[in-house]
Ligand binder design. Sequence first.
Ligand code: ZN
Ligand code: ZN
Length: 109
Amino acid sequence: MSTPKSITLSEDPKGIVIAWDDGHSAIYPFSFLRKACPCAVCKGERLPFDPDPLALPVYKPLPPNMTAAKDMFKIGRYAIGFKWGAGHDTGIYSFDYLRKMCPCSECAG
Ligand SMILES: [Zn+2]
Ligand SMILES: [Zn+2]
């Protein structure tokens, strides 16, 4: 179970910085988080049988105003959510999900 010690805002790139309790920390740009939205609607836009959805450019292009988070909120003790453009806010980003998809070069490498 992954737990963040802190979540702060990043200005460049725009996004959040998560410092995990295992000592790791990484920047999650909003554009990355928006594409990784785990809700049923966004997952429905992905190609079926995609072996690694985060590694392949299979997403519909999103207009720029949809990749800026308008708000961020806690969901219980295990997840956070974002309010995106167009009022989209149904994705539940569990901390385990966020830890596994860490976009830093160390984890992605
Ligand atoms: Zn979604
Ligand atoms: Zn990482």
